[in-house]
Design a protein around this ligand. Structure first.
Ligand code: PEP
Length: 268
């Protein structure tokens, strides 16, 4: 079965839960999914996407009520840039769509740290979009410097990832700005970017997208923030960072923390 990605429209708020390599068993994954879904169902203004490990996706899809209309949808954490064939260990976009996945994270910093460069990211973006998946493109600098080099890193990441993406397909793209220095070690408690940092970056990202496409199409692309988000900082980041939601790692594994972030996002 193939799920065509729903058209992404701002100002729908959204939260992507990146479970990373958690939990350890399918029974724990089902329990976490149901607890997250319960939290998500209570916050009607937020679209929640659960990005679970590959091996749980088919099982979890049966638990996402009517994937296209539910406030909870299913995402993968990576995808192959290849269509199919002799690529041991790879998972294609078609396979993901076939098990009910609608979204996929591409270019997460933990994948980039394993050697994924901007060209590989671009290939994955293109492969996923061709199969109708919504791409959640992660971009972010490893460190901030006073001369503004971090801005050119972001610009390069965007320009290469979208080099072959036509304007008409931009509606199937979400950007997650994740400064690598702000991503937690897994407990959701690292150094968070300030809302000023995030706001500056949102303006910069839209400026680059406008120069590549048009202003209206650039304005429609949702921009999320990721990096040590918790219930205590989510509201101020939403309100002052001018973002459309969050990509959440560590806190997405604890339903009460995830619920607090959902509440802040829902109430903006
Ligand atoms: C992430 O790894 O994408 C992330 C945002 O993690 P955390 O929320 O734990 O910082």
């Amino acid at each position: 079965m193939k799920v065509r990605a729903k058209e992404t429209k701002r100002p729908l708020r959204m939260i992507v839960a990146n479970w990373k390599m958690h939990p350890d068993s399918v029974s724990e994954a089902k329990a976490l999914f149901l607890a997250s879904k319960k939290e998500a169902m209570r916050r009607k203004n937020v679209q929640t996407i659960i990005a679970a490990p590959f091996v749980y996706l088919a099982e979890l899809h049966t638990r996402a009520v009517g994937a296209r209309v539910s406030p909870i949808m299913l995402g993968a954490q990576d995808v192959s840039g290849e269509k199919g064939g002799t690529h041991t260990g790879e998972i294609s976009a078609e396979m993901l769509a076939g098990v009910g996945v609608s979204h996929v994270i591409v270019g997460h910093s933990e994948r980039r740290a394993r050697g994924e460069n901007d060209d590989i990211v671009a290939q994955k973006v293109s492969a996923a979009l061709k199969k109708g998946l919504v791409v959640i493109l992660c971009i972010g600098e490893t460190a901030r410097d006073t001369s503004g080099n971090y801005l050119s890193i972001i610009e390069t990441q965007l320009r290469i990832a979208f080099a072959t993406v036509p304007k008409a397909i931009l509606k199937s793209v979400i950007i997650a700005y994740e400064p690598v220095w702000a991503i937690s070690g897994g407990d959701g408690r690292g150094q968070t970017a300030t809302s000023d940092d995030v706001h500056e970056m949102v303006i910069f990202i839209r400026k680059i997208l406008t120069s590549m496409y048009t202003r209206p199409s650039a304005e429609r692309v949702p921009i999320l923030y990721g990096g040590s988000v918790g219930g205590e900082n989510a509201l101020v980041l939403m309100q002052q960072g001018m973002i459309d939601g969050f990509l959440v790692g560590g806190a997405s594994l604890k339903p009460h923390l995830f619920g607090a972030i959902l509440t802040a996002t829902n109430e903006k």
